[in-house]
Design a protein around this ligand. Structure first.
Ligand SMILES: *[C@@H]1O[C@H](CO)[C@@H](O)[C@H](O)[C@H]1NC(C)=O
Ligand SMILES: *[C@@H]1O[C@H](CO)[C@@H](O)[C@H](O)[C@H]1NC(C)=O
Ligand SMILES: *[C@@H]1O[C@H](CO)[C@@H](O)[C@H](O)[C@H]1NC(C)=O
Ligand SMILES: *[C@@H]1O[C@H](CO)[C@@H](O)[C@H](O)[C@H]1NC(C)=O
Ligand SMILES: *[C@@H]1O[C@H](CO)[C@@H](O)[C@H](O)[C@H]1NC(C)=O
Ligand SMILES: [Zn+2]
Length: 433
């Protein structure tokens, strides 16, 4: 009898343990932090004790691959929606309209719902619709409304704020921690504009870039200390990631820089273009000029030109209604210039996402994550499903898979094993009875 009771209890306990994460209580909170333009290997030539400690106490991916169109807004929006760029339609950092020739710079787009709200709901809204409280601190897309719904609390990055003010970085963490501990927010997304800014202005292979990585590392240390002070260490999961990498721009005399006007008369052949924006360019040929534009660009060296309907499937861009008929991707390190070389950036992105210089980081720690777990590389489109699992909410339709990341979670893998053990125990129990 004693043995039977014991077996029954054990079997029952195992059945409970076998429940998937999203049926467990209590739900832990989630902080998603993005450091813009953090190339996957930026911590390998700098002393980063705090990031190293995160890998010991949690999960590190060798690297992750951003979606094709390795730019800030498109890539962040893939992370927060789990959708490819062709689906969410945030197809540039600039808001544009090829028909009216409207072009708005990145900072202005941040509060333009028209640019972000294309029928795909980001995580904030999906979580709110399931009863959670969410906030965005400068995160791209957080300042827009989706089907008329706003994020519960959204701070939009103001103009002219320096990207690298460490005091302000810490204040932002203080605010976010009090949102969690005093106002019971479930999800906060926090964005920093570095190391992207330094990567552009100074270049990725510089002492300035190393210095900003040290500053980011101190900020991670500050985050962990502050989490402790707010009693959040056991109830807050943290994901640290980014949107793309950075590469050094090739200049004269090392290479002949690309000036597209040399190959085609832009005024005559194109009615719309964004060509002076790193490694990725778009253009609308004038009526009947599509083949001429395509042929001319095909002759230009150090780039690949695509007609929209011939874009490779794995770019996940082809279905986009917003992208104009012609897309140009420069070879790694070449900037696209339209008429003359205005470009002063020493580093840039927008290049093919298979290039190692475009890969970025993923780290995670907290009560639901395994410790000292090194993940194989994966696509950033999968982060969304992981976040839904952590928040115990039903995801909206998405293009990722939880299977890619669930091994990082404490409960993962174990559930099948415990389920079969409990089944065996129940069988044993019935045999005894
Ligand atoms: C979002 O909707 C609210 C309420 O309708 C409105 O006040 C606000 O201006 C909208 N924000 C944006 C960015 O469209
Ligand atoms: C940095 O941020 C702090 C706190 O917000 C502010 O007092 C200080 O003026 C800022 N420094 C610069 C150089 O902007
Ligand atoms: C954290 O918990 C301690 C001990 O329970 C308590 O004294 C302190 O006020 C808490 N701090 C916060 C910020 O909630
Ligand atoms: C750029 O194109 C030129 C002309 O085709 C070629 O000779 C050169 O090797 C290319 N440069 C790089 C770095 O691929
Ligand atoms: C991405 O997900 C959406 C929504 O489920 C779906 O309509 C679309 O076909 C998916 N894209 C791909 C390439 O599977
Ligand atoms: Zn950038």
């Amino acid at each position: 009898m004693k043995t039977l009771e014991l077996l029954l209890v054990v079997a029952a306990a195992l059945c409970v343990a076998a429940k998937p994460l999203n049926e467990r209580t209590p739900r832990n909170k989630l902080l998603l932090i993005s450091f813009d333009g953090f190339r996957w290997d930026y911590d390998q030539d700098v002393d980063t004790p705090n990031l190293d400690q995160v890998s010991v106490d949690g999960v590190k991916a060798k690297y992750i691959t951003p979606p094709m169109l390795t730019m800030t807004s498109p890539s962040h929006f893939t992370t927060i929606t789990g959708r490819w760029v062709e689906d969410h339609e945030v197809v540039h950092n600039m808001m544009y309209d090829a028909k009216t020739n409207l072009k708005l710079p990145h900072k202005v787009t941040l509060s333009k719902s028209k640019w972000w709200d294309n029928g795909v709901l980001p995580l904030w809204i999906t979580a709110q619709n399931q009863g959670l409280k969410t906030a965005s601190f400068y995160f791209p897309g957080g300042g827009a409304n989706y089907s008329g719904q706003a994020v519960n609390r959204a701070l939009v990055e103001p103009h002219g704020l320096p990207d690298d003010n460490e005091t302000e970085w810490q204040e932002n963490i203080d605010k976010v921690m009090s949102w969690f501990s005093e106002e019971d927010f479930d999800l906060v997304t926090l964005y920093y504009g570095e190391p992207d800014n330094v990567g552009h202005v100074k270049g990725p292979e510089t002492a300035d870039r190393k210095k900003i990585i040290e500053q980011i590392d101190r900020t991670i240390g500050y985050l962990r200390k502050t989490m402790g002070q707010h009693n959040l260490t056991d109830s807050l999961n943290v994901i640290i990631t980014s949107d793309h990498g950075m590469t050094t721009i090739k200049k004269k005399p090392l290479v002949d820089e690309i000036v597209l006007q040399k190959y085609l008369n832009l005024l005559k052949l194109a009615s719309f273009e964004i060509l002076d924006y790193g490694g990725f360019g778009i253009l609308t040929p004038r009526p009947g000029k599509e083949q001429e534009v395509y042929d001319a660009l095909s002759r230009a060296p150090n780039l690949t030109v695509y007609k929209k309907d011939e874009i490779p499937e794995d770019f996940h861009l082809k279905k986009s209604k917003r992208l104009p008929p012609i897309v140009v991707v420069a070879d790694l390190g070449f900037n696209l210039n339209s008429r003359f070389i205005v470009y002063v950036n020493k580093g840039d992105h927008g290049f093919h996402n298979r290039e190692m210089d475009m890969k970025t980081i993923f780290r995670a720690f907290g009560p639901d994550f395994k410790k000292n777990f090194l993940s194989e590389p994966f696509d950033s489109v999968h982060i969304y499903a992981l976040m839904c699992e952590l928040l115990q909410i039903q995801p909206a339709p998405h293009n990722g898979s939880l299977a890619v990341t669930e091994k990082m979670l404490l409960r993962s893998g174990g559930s099948k094993v415990t389920a079969s053990i409990s089944a065996a125990l129940l069988l044993l129990l019935f045999t005894i009875i």
